[in-house]
Design a protein around this ligand. Structure first.
Ligand SMILES: [Zn+2]
Length: 70
């Protein structure tokens, strides 16, 4: 498929698939990636999707902002 149709599926969505991410609250980002939060499906930006999928595979108690012990 040529580049002509890139993002065309997003144009059908509200505001072209862009908006404020409910997780990181950045605006004007594509909020089209679905993640499972408890029992609900939430649409987030790709960064939060990556964070969510990474948190699933790693240890559940892993905190990114945890202070180093040494
Ligand atoms: Zn986000």
């Amino acid at each position: 498929m040529g580049k002509t149709h890139r993002g065309k599926g997003l144009k059908d969505q509200a505001r072209g698939g862009r908006g404020e991410c409910p997780v990181c609250h950045r605006t004007a980002v594509k909020v089209v990636y679905e993640i499972q939060v408890k029992d609900a499906t939430v649409k987030v930006c790709k960064i939060c999707k990556a964070t969510a999928s990474r948190a699933k595979t790693e240890k559940p108690a892993a905190e990114p902002a945890a202070a180093p012990t040494a």
